[in-house]
Design a binder for this molecule. Structure first.
Ligand SMILES: Cc1cc2nc3c(=O)[nH]c(=O)nc-3n(C[C@H](O)[C@H](O)[C@H](O)COP(=O)(O)OP(=O)(O)OC[C@H]3O[C@@H](n4cnc5c(N)ncnc54)[C@H](O)[C@@H]3O)c2cc1C
Length: 562
C-alpha cells in the first residue's frame, strides 16, 4: 500500500469540505496561513450537506423582515432561542455562550458579511418552527427563515470560489479521497492527521462512495480543525444515541442526509482527548417522505409544511395542540414516539398541498436554486408546483381520493395495518371542518392559521384561507404518510468561543479545533434540546469563521517543520 509522507508544511489542516470546513479554510487563508483541506469524498461533493440544503438562514431584524412589517429584535430572538433550547446541564456553559454570541451576530453583522460575499435572499421571509406554546415557549415568535437566493448551492458558492482561488494562488491545498483515521499526537498536542487514501470513485454528488483504502497518508500542522459533520447518515449511530425521553428509537427511518454524515470524525477527535457532549440531543423531523427519485440510499425529503394540514397519528387520532404542522418539531417527535408507531398522517387537499408544501432540499426547488425569477413567479401562481406534483404522481407515501371514505381505504391499504376506522376519521375531519364556518372559534389550529395569515408572507405563499378539507372545489383529498427523517446532530465537540476543543477537564486540547455540526454548531450544542430553523448553516458559518481565525492565530509551522 502506498504511503504519502508529509511533503509540505501547513499551518492549519481542516478536515471536511462541507460549509464549515470551507469557511474555516478560507478564513485561515485570509489570515495568512498555509492551509490543507482534506475530505474523504471526491470533489463532486464540495460543500457536502449544505449543497443539498434549502439555504434557510436565521437573521434577526433584517431589512427583509422590516419590509414585510415584522418587528424583531435581538432580545426577542434571544428569548426565543433560550425558550427553545431548554439548556439545563452543567456542560451547557459553552453552548449558552455560543448561543448568545450567535444570536448577536444574526442580529448584527451576519447579513452584511454574507452580502459582501454576494449572498442575497428571497424577499419573502419564511416562518419555520412557529412554536405555539406561549411567548416563553419554544419556537420563533416571528418569521426569521431567510431563503438564500440560489438555496444551498447559493450559500456554498462564495466559499467554494474563495477556496478555488486560494488553491490557484498556492495558499490552499485540497486533497480528496483522503479519509482521516487518526489525529497525530505529540506531547499531548494535536500536530497532524493520519489516514487512508481511498480508491477513486466517480459516483455523483451525494451517492455513497467506496471505502477501499489504496494507501495511507500523514500531514502535519500545529492546528487541526475537525469539520466532519454529525451522525445523521449513520442510522445505527442515531439509534444508539436515541434518548429514552423520546421513547424507543423508530424501527424505520428515512435518511435526510447522505451516507458521508457518518460520525467517524467525532470518535476520532474524542480519541485525541476532545470531549463529546450532548450526543443525545438531535434534530430529526416527523414530516419525512421517501424520495421517489433518490440520490442516496433510503433518501428522505422533509416537508416544510404550512399550517393547515390535519395531523393524525397512525391510529387516526388528531395530534394535540399545539402540535400542528411546522410548529414544534421535537414536541411532535416526542408525542409520536409515544404512540408506538413510526409513522403518522397528514390529511389535506389539492389546494393546501399546492400552496403549503415546501420540500426542503436544493434539488426540490429548481426555481430558487436556479435563481430563475420567472419560474419563482410562476410557482406562486401555479396550482401545484412541479416537484410537489411529482411526489403526488410517484411518491410511495401519497394517496388521493375524491371522498373521505375512499381516502381512508387507501390509507389503510398503504400502511397495510388497517388501523384507521373510516367513521372515526370522518368525525375528526367533520369537527375540524365545522370550525372554519366562523372567523372565530375554539379550534386552536384554525385560530393559528388565521393568525398566520395576518403575516403577509404567509398569506402570499405559505397558507391557504381556512376552508373545509372536504370542499370539492379544493379537492381531491390527499393523505401523506409521514416518516421520521434523520437530520441534524445537536451535540458535538465541546468548544470555547475560540473554537478550541476542550477535554474532560474543560481545558483546550492543544492544536485541536472544531466547527460546524461536529462542534454542535458551536460549543458542543448551541441549540440545546431544540433548534430554531435556519440556524444550522448559520452555525457553520459562525463557528467556521471562528475556528479558521483562531487556528490561524496559533504559532505558524516553522520552515522545515515536520
Ligand atoms: C436536505 C437538507 C436541507 C437542509 N436545509 C437547511 C436549511 O435550510 N437551513 C439550515 O440552517 N440548515 C439546513 N440543513 C443543515 C445543514 O446543511 C448542515 O447542518 C450543514 O451543512 C453541515 O455542514 P458541516 O460542514 O458541519 O458538515 P457536512 O456538510 O456534513 O460536511 C462534513 C464533511 O466532512 C467530510 N468527512 C467526514 N468524516 C471525514 C473523515 N473521517 N475524513 C475526511 N473527511 C471526512 C465529509 O465527507 C463531508 O464532506 C439542511 C441539510 C440537508 C441535508
Amino acid at each position: 500500500m502506498a504511503h504519502t509522507p508529509h511533503s509540505k508544511n501547513f499551518d492549519v489542516i481542516v478536515v471536511g469540505a462541507g460549509l464549515s470546513g470551507l469557511v474555516a479554510a478560507t478564513e485561515a487563508v485570509n489570515a495568512g496561513s498555509r492551509v490543507l483541506l482534506i475530505d474523504q469524498e471526491s470533489e463532486a461533493n464540495l460543500g457536502a450537506q449544505a449543497h443539498w440544503s434549502f439555504g434557510g438562514i436565521f437573521l434577526v431584524d433584517s431589512p427583509e423582515q422590516r419590509r414585510l412589517g415584522v418587528k424583531d429584535s435581538e432580545e426577542l430572538a434571544l428569548r426565543d432561542w433560550f425558550g427553545t433550547a431548554g439548556f439545563d446541564r452543567e456542560e451547557d456553559y459553552w453552548p449558552r455562550e455560543w448561543a448568545k454570541a450567535y444570536v448577536h451576530w444574526a442580529a448584527g453583522g451576519k447579513r452584511a458579511w454574507l452580502r459582501e460575499r454576494g449572498v442575497r435572499f428571497f424577499p419573502v421571509v419564511g416562518w419555520a418552527e412557529r412554536g405555539g406554546a406561549g411567548a416563553q415557549g419554544p419556537g420563533n415568535s416571528v418569521p426569521r427563515f431567510h431563503i438564500t437566493w440560489g438555496t444551498g448551492p447559493g450559500i456554498v458558492e462564495p466559499f467554494a470560489v474563495a477556496a478555488r482561488t486560494a488553491v490557484a494562488k498556492g495558499q490552499l491545498t485540497m486533497l480528496w479521497r483522503h479519509q482521516l483515521d487518526e489525529l497525530v499526537m505529540a506531547e499531548g498536542a494535536v500536530g497532524g492527521v493520519r489516514g487512508s487514501l481511498l480508491e477513486p470513485d466517480d459516483a455523483e454528488r451525494g451517492v455513497a462512495t467506496n471505502r477501499n483504502a489504496i494507501g495511507t497518508f500523514e500531514y502535519f500542522a500545529p492546528a487541526v480543525i475537525v469539520a466532519t459533520g454529525g451522525i445523521g447518515g449513520n442510522i445505527a449511530k442515531v439509534r444508539d444515541a436515541w434518548p429514552a425521553r423520546l421513547g424507543e428509537a423508530p424501527k424505520n427511518m428515512v435518511a435526510g442526509v447522505p451516507a458521508h454524515v457518518d460520525g467517524r470524525g467525532l470518535d476520532i477527535a474524542e480519541r485525541a482527548g476532545g470531549r463529546l457532549i450532548n450526543g443525545d440531543r438531535m434534530w430529526h423531523y416527523t414530516e419525512g417522505i421517501a424520495n421517489w427519485n433518490p440520490v442516496w440510499r433510503n433518501h428522505g425529503i422533509r416537508i416544510l409544511p404550512g399550517p393547515s394540514s390535519l395531523w393524525l397519528d397512525a391510529t387516526g387520532k388528531r395530534l394535540p395542540d399545539p402540535l400542528w404542522p411546522g410548529f414544534d418539531t421535537l414536541g411532535t417527535l416526542e408525542y409520536l414516539r409515544g404512540t408506538g408507531h413510526d409513522y403518522s398522517w397528514f390529511i389535506l387537499n389539492r389546494r393546501i398541498i399546492g400552496k403549503e408544501f415546501a420540500l426542503s432540499g436544493s434539488e426540490q426547488n429548481p426555481d430558487l436554486t436556479g435563481k430563475d425569477v420567472r419560474a419563482v413567479v410562476a410557482r406562486a401562481k401555479t396550482d401545484v408546483p412541479d416537484p410537489v406534483q411529482a411526489f403526488l404522481d410517484n411518491g410511495e407515501d401519497f394517496v388521493q381520493a375524491p371522498n373521505l371514505d375512499e381516502l381512508v381505504k387507501k390509507m389503510n391499504e398503504l400502511s397495510g395495518e388497517d388501523l384507521l376506522d373510516p367513521a372515526e376519521v370522518a368525525a375528526v375531519v367533520g369537527a375540524r371542518d365545522s370550525a372554519v364556518q366562523n372567523a372565530f372559534g375554539k379550534d386552536g389550529q384554525i385560530s393559528a392559521v388565521t393568525s398566520a395569515r395576518n403575516y403577509v408572507g404567509d398569506r402570499l405563499v405559505r397558507s391557504v384561507k381556512p376552508h373545509p378539507l372536504t370542499d370539492p372545489k379544493a379537492g381531491p383529498l390527499v393523505a401523506v404518510r409521514l416518516n421520521i427523517l434523520t437530520r441534524k446532530s445537536l451535540g458535538g465537540l465541546n468548544t470555547d468561543l475560540d473554537s478550541r476543543v476542550l477535554n474532560a477537564e474543560g481545558e483546550p486540547v492543544p492544536g485541536l479545533y472544531a466547527a460546524g455540526e461536529a462542534a454542535g454548531f458551536g460549543g458542543g450544542g448551541c441549540h440545546g434540546y431544540r433548534a430554531l430553523e435556519g440556524t444550522f448553516l448559520g452555525g457553520c458559518l459562525f463557528s467556521g469563521r471562528s475556528a479558521g481565525q483562531s487556528a490561524a492565530s496559533q504559532d505558524r509551522a516553522p520552515a522545515g517543520w515536520t
